[in-house]
Every structure is written in structure tokens, then in C-alpha cells.
Design a protein around this ligand. Structure first.
Ligand SMILES: *Cc1c(COP(=O)(O)O)cnc(C)c1O
Length: 208
């Protein structure tokens, strides 16, 4: 994979909207890292399964409302979508109350798209400082490049920002661009359709 040790890149299987059979097949094939973009859907899918898989790692990759912060802290090992001060406060409060502190990534809106979640690059330093000050376990950055632009420059920017702040984890790259992302230093790629087949389509055989 792009000249890097594939073992150095974690595959997050994006299981959102996939049928149970696809999830079961992935688990049977040994997949343990899963990405979900809705708290409630993830609760329904994983609450019953997680007891059987102690090494499961659930990663929230979709936008998080402040009023769902406690539910997210209770369920996920990693929250990839911190993007504003109010949410940082809500996560820290929930973590303290529950005695459970998920690892956290900050989502950066590298394309400065008005409709997209993520902190703007110029606001990142303040959010990093705040998250650290609150005691959140901040470990990296995440981005979703604009669909109509080459992804490479966005991945390069994310890597530069992460280095500047001493952050090691880079969650970037989806089905269409994960090879590019790995070339630019992704530590985690979030792959859905390339793994499971198109969403909402009949379950495709798992090709791990
Ligand atoms: C759905 C989703 C993915 C996976 O997308 P595919 O193109 O199916 O690989 C990755 N990241 C995020 C944030 C997503 O919402």
C-alpha cells in the first residue's frame, strides 16, 4: 500500500447503514475497528454485540450534537469529530461524570466549506489548547476533503497541522481516496462502500 507497511495503517470499517449480516461477516473475519456516524444507530447496533467482543473499537465519525455527548462518551472508544468549544466542554463534563474518557480527534474543515462540519484551520490552535486544558485525550486530526477537489493537498494540510500541534493520529481517506491518504501519512482510513459494497444495497460478501 503506497510503499508503507500496511500494518501501520488502521482500517476503520464504516458500518453505518449496513445490514446485520455484513457486520457479522466482518466480525467473523476478524475486523474489530468500526466507524459509525450516528450515535443512536451505533447504540442499537453495538450495545448488544460489544459484550462478546472486548477488543472492539468503536469510532464516531459523524457530527456530534452537544446533547448527545454523554451517550457518545458512554459508547465510543474514539470520537473523531470534535469541532467546537461547546462540544469540548460537553465531552469533558461527560467524561468526568462517567469516569470514562474516549480518545478524541479534532475534525478540520480543510476546504473551509460553509456547509461542512469541522473547525476552520485558523481556529484549530485555540481548540487544541482548550481540549488539552480540559484534559481531553486529544490524539489527532480528521478531515473529509471537498468532493470536487483533489484530496492530496487537503491531506497534506492536515498532516502539517497535526505535526505543528504534536498530534500523531491522522484519520483521512475513504473508499475513493484512501491510497492517496496513506501516501500522505494517514494512520487511519475510513472505508465503507469499498469494503461492504454500496450502502443500503443487499449485503456483499466481506472481502476483509
Ligand atoms: C460514510 C463515511 C465514510 C466512508 O465512506 P465510503 O466512501 O463509503 O468509504 C468515511 N468517513 C465518513 C466521515 C463517513 O461519513
Amino acid at each position: 500500500m503506497a510503499g508503507r507497511d500496511p500494518a501501520g495503517v488502521v482500517l476503520t470499517a464504516v458500518s453505518k447503514t449496513q445490514p446485520d449480516a455484513a457486520i457479522e461477516a466482518a466480525l467473523a473475519a476478524g475486523q474489530r475497528v468500526f466507524g459509525e456516524n450516528r450515535v443512536q444507530e451505533a447504540q442499537t447496533r453495538w450495545a448488544v454485540r460489544r459484550a462478546a467482543f472486548p477488543d472492539l473499537e468503536l469510532r464516531l465519525i459523524g457530527p456530534l450534537q452537544t446533547n448527545k455527548a454523554a451517550d457518545a462518551v458512554a459508547l465510543f472508544e474514539v470520537i473523531e469529530t470534535l469541532d467546537r468549544p461547546k462540544l469540548a466542554e460537553a465531552l469533558a463534563a461527560a467524561a468526568e461524570k462517567m469516569g470514562r474518557s474516549p480518545r478524541v480527534l479534532i475534525q478540520v474543515n480543510t476546504g473551509a466549506e460553509p456547509q461542512k462540519a469541522g473547525v476552520l484551520p485558523q481556529d484549530l490552535p485555540d481548540l487544541v489548547g482548550q481540549a488539552r486544558g480540559l484534559g481531553l485525550r486529544l490524539e489527532g486530526l480528521m478531515c473529509i476533503p471537498p468532493v470536487d477537489e483533489a484530496a492530496g493537498p487537503h491531506f497534506a494540510l492536515l498532516r502539517k497541522l497535526a505535526r505543528r500541534h504534536g498530534l500523531e493520529v491522522l484519520s483521512m481517506g475513504m473508499s475513493g481516496d484512501y491510497e492517496t491518504a496513506i501516501r500522505f501519512g494517514a494512520t487511519h482510513v475510513r472505508v465503507g462502500s469499498a469494503l461492504f459494497g454500496e450502502r443500503n444495497a443487499p449485503a456483499a460478501p466481506f472481502r476483509g
